[in-house]
Design a protein around this ligand. Structure first.
Ligand code: ZN
Length: 462
């Protein structure tokens, strides 16, 4: 009997040994449109970016430390990182081997990592970051540096890897610390709350903390000689705007509506998900977007359109739709862009009751037929008018079908259920059906996937 026990124990021990087989994390997170984006095998928990940035020389150097948790036994794993020179990579302070294949940084730890283990991978690097053409967009994004030595980053959808090593997909959200050192008199604006400014003599270190989970493409730093205007918004929300020193008073008309917009949207979409909001003015070139919903601090260009109430409302609404509730996959981009566009229209309706009707009647015929309906945007260019305008019309048609009370209850249920997480089109439809008690399969099939735009019978549009 004793002998048998021993044999059994040895057999169990051997099985135990054999059951741990370490392997490399996947080189993509599994986005159906962009399988190579992001990485598998771990969950990034927190990024600490400790960087010195010289806007005059357009250089950057420092560390990115990523605290992550293994989701499988890992022999190696990837980060997304392009261009810049790597000095060293460590895991929990010990040097790790690495190699690079285009935007993949493949890291082999000295010892394999067990499933569930939390580890810190630190990449020390330097160089002059670049802009590249993002997947799914016709414009270049990433690191912007202009003749006035202003620096900012704008990364939708896949350009975060141009300035820091990252698991570059909204499915892997994390909190962030930014410790960015710049020469005086430059000022650093980033996501979250400014915790500290450390005076180092001829430079200043700005310490920003973004404690709520954030998708990599809405993490940003912007550096210029800003003047800062702060205001107490509703529900204790801090409003801080980063404006160029010569910013004209007349251009502030839209920005000055922010507190009212926060109240208006909080009533309709549920509580604002973050502690702070504001606008940072950046100099987007012509081949870039006009504004960007960087989390808690949207970037706006300085043109009249960029600073219009519509665009300001649109980027603010993204804090609920796109930032707090991030996409699960990029094919569903209508879900954030349609919602933000519709939110902009709601604001216009709030200011002038006939504005929404005019907008819908104006846009509807333009969207009569879409070779790529909003649920199926072309992977080479996600940013068609259709995902914005027919996306917004989808929300309006839903509102007319279920009525105002149920419609806004759907939006509030959705933003609450998926707050700080991710959602897909299917998740939104499930909430809409649950709250309305209606079968909306045909409705959403027609609005999102049929080439011909459905009728809006309530408005006589067909
Ligand atoms: Zn948008």
């Amino acid at each position: 009997m004793k002998k048998l026990c021993c044999v059994l124990l040895i057999a169990l021990w051997l099985t135990g040994c054999q059951s741990v087989s370490y392997s490399s994390g996947a080189e993509g997170i599994g986005d159906p449109y962009y399988p190579q984006l992001g990485n598998g095998g771990y969950d990034a928990l927190h990024y600490t970016l400790e960087l010195s940035i010289d806007p005059k020389k357009n250089t950057l150097s420092g560390d990115c430390a990523i605290e992550a948790q293994a989701t499988q036994p890992l022999s190696a794993f990837n980060l997304d990182f392009s261009g810049l020179t790597i000095e060293q990579v460590t895991i929990n302070g010990k040097a790790a081997k690495y190699r690079r294949e285009e935007r993949e940084l493949i890291i082999t730890p000295a010892r394999p990592i067990d499933n569930g283990d939390v580890f810190t991978v630190t990449v020390t690097y330097n160089g002059t970051p670049k802009r590249t053409t993002s997947l799914g967009a016709l414009w270049s994004s990433g690191w912007f540096h202009n003749d006035d030595n202003e620096v900012f980053v704008s990364s939708e959808i896949s350009s975060s890897d141009n300035w820091y090593p990252v698991n570059d997909h909204p499915l892997d959200k994390a909190s962030y610390s930014f410790r960015i050192t710049v020469p005086k008199p430059y000022v650093v604006a980033a996501n979250g709350l400014l915790q500290k400014e450390v005076d180092n003599g001829d430079s200043v270190t700005y310490v920003w903390e973004a404690t709520e989970p954030m998708a990599s493409y809405v993490a940003a730093v912007s550096i210029d000689e800003y003047m800062i205007e702060t205001e107490q918004g509703p529900d204790g929300i801090l409003i801080r705007n980063y404006l160029p020193a010569d910013f004209p008073e007349a251009s502030k008309a839209g920005i000055n509506q922010t507190a009212d917009m926060l109240s208006f949207f909080s009533e309709r979409f549920g509580p604002y998900p973050f502690d702070a909001y504001g606008i940072v003015i950046v100099d987007f070139p012509r081949d870039a977007p006009v504004a960007m919903e960087t989390q808690t601090l949207s970037q706006h260009g300085e043109t009249e359109y960029s600073l219009s109430e519509y665009v300001i409302a649109h980027e603010l609404a993204h804090q609920w739709f796109g930032d707090s509730v991030s996409l699960k996959n990029w094919q569903d981009i209508w879900l954030k862009e349609g919602a933000a566009t519709y939110a902009g229209w709601l604001w216009l309706e709030h200011k002038e009751s006939s504005a929404l009707d005019t907008k819908v009647r104006g846009v509807y015929p333009m969207e009569a037929f879409s070779p790529n309906p909003p649920g199926n945007p072309p992977p080479t260019n996600l940013y068609t008018n259709t995902i914005f305008d027919r996306g917004a019309l989808t929300f309006h048609a839903l509102r007319l079908r279920v009525g105002d009370e149920v419609f806004f209850q759907i939006l509030r249920t959705y933003t609450e259920r998926y707050r700080y997480g991710n959602a897909s089109t299917a998740d939104f439809i499930a909430v809409a059906e649950e709250v309305s008690g209606q079968d909306l399969t045909e409705f959403f099939d027609a609005w999102l996937y049929a080439r011909k735009i459905p009728a809006i019978p309530e408005m006589g549009l067909d």
